[in-house]
Design a protein around this ligand. Structure first.
Ligand code: BTN
Length: 323
């Protein structure tokens, strides 16, 4: 029997459901229901059982699982197809394959473990099993490849706002879309696109939130942080993922997938890069200047020492005093 069916029933009510009712709805014996309840308990679901009343789900396990995310989710488009994978190479790569096979816009793949997680600029994104929230969202916007620039900052804005609300932390955006607390990185976002010359097939935004990590390895120890390190609390990862998906839907739908003037203003207000001296390279030449603004297409506007404004669209940008 598929235990998700029992979970589906138990997550839809806070009341007890009798073994008889479960058995009837699923077309199995009461003994088979009892066996599945035992299996769910061993996987971390707290299920109370009371004679003559039945079973009641009192707590979900705090590792990512689809029934718990769905129970907390209100978004209708983002997460319309939602999978939580036990282990995967990269959720971005997984969704690419699903995208090519025709999955819906708004499909989400999350994973308890990534064995070849990808970061920006060809880097590796490492995370121990069940420690963090890692997921990707696929969108099929009906726009030209040249118009997709707004999606990355919108995703950063959504994630920053969701985390501020969910954790109470003073999360900020380091351009283009690292989410940081103080001087340390809490979230990384990697956006990838499949497009033809004049049409986007799909865009995948992959998001990794450091949730429970208690210590980072040497080389990133002074650059990375987690919700646990900042708050001393272990938050509910399933509720956190639902909150992130809800906020992504609000920003994506509310701004029609473009960096509207209102979204750009909010982004700029949360962006710690602005007003700092930044370093970057252009054509292999190292340059530095003052981060002066966010352009309509999401690029960083940098004022060079000669007073000219240069738009930075991609690549590594270091911000003085951060990283
Ligand atoms: C960065 O370098 O800051 C971006 C990191 C993005 C990591 C996330 S985790 C989920 C998704 N799958 C991946 O392989 N990468 C992204």
């Amino acid at each position: 029997m598929n235990d998700n069916k029992i979970l589906d029933i138990l997550t839809r009510t806070s009341e007890y459901v009798s073994g008889q009712a479960l058995a009837q709805q699923l077309g199995v014996s009461r003994q088979a229901v009892w066996k599945e309840i035992q299996a769910l308990r061993t996987r971390g679901y707290a299920i109370e059982s009371v004679t003559n009343r039945g079973y009641r789900l009192s707590a979900m396990p705090n590792y990512l699982n689809a029934p718990a995310v769905k129970a907390a989710l209100t978004a209708k488009i983002i997460g319309c197809e939602l999978e939580v994978l036990d282990s995967v190479g990269s959720t971005n790569d997984y969704l690419k394959a699903r995208g090519s096979a025709g999955c819906k816009s708004g499909a989400v793949a999350a994973a308890r473990e990534q064995v070849s997680g990808k970061g920006r600029l060809g880097r590796v994104w490492q995370s121990r099993r069940d420690e963090n929230v890692m997921f990707s969202v696929l969108l099929r916007p009906q726009i030209a490849p040249s118009e997709v620039g707004g999606i990355t900052p919108l995703a950063g804005l959504a994630v920053c706002k969701a985390l501020r609300r969910f954790t109470g932390l003073d999360c900020r955006i380091k351009w283009p879309n690292d989410i940081i607390v103080g001087r340390k990185k809490l979230v990384g976002i990697l956006t990838e696109m499949s497009a033809e010359f004049d049409a986007v097939e799909y865009i995948i935004t992959g998001i990794g939130v450091n949730v429970d990590t208690a210590a980072f390895p040497g080389e990133i120890a002074d650059k990375a942080t987690s919700i646990f390190l900042e708050t001393g609390r272990h938050v509910d990862k399933n509720k956190l993922l639902a909150c992130l998906l809800d906020r992504l839907e609000r920003e994506f739908v509310g701004n029609e997938l473009s960096l509207t003037p209102a979204a750009r203003e909010e982004y700029a207000a949360l962006c710690v890069t602005l007003g700092r001296t930044v370093g970057f390279t252009r054509g292999g030449v190292p340059l530095s200047g003052l981060a002066a603004g966010i352009a309509e297409n999401g690029a960083l506007e940098v004022m060079l020492p000669d007073g000219s404004i240069c738009e930075v669209n991609s690549g590594e940008v270091t911000a003085q005093g951060i990283y």
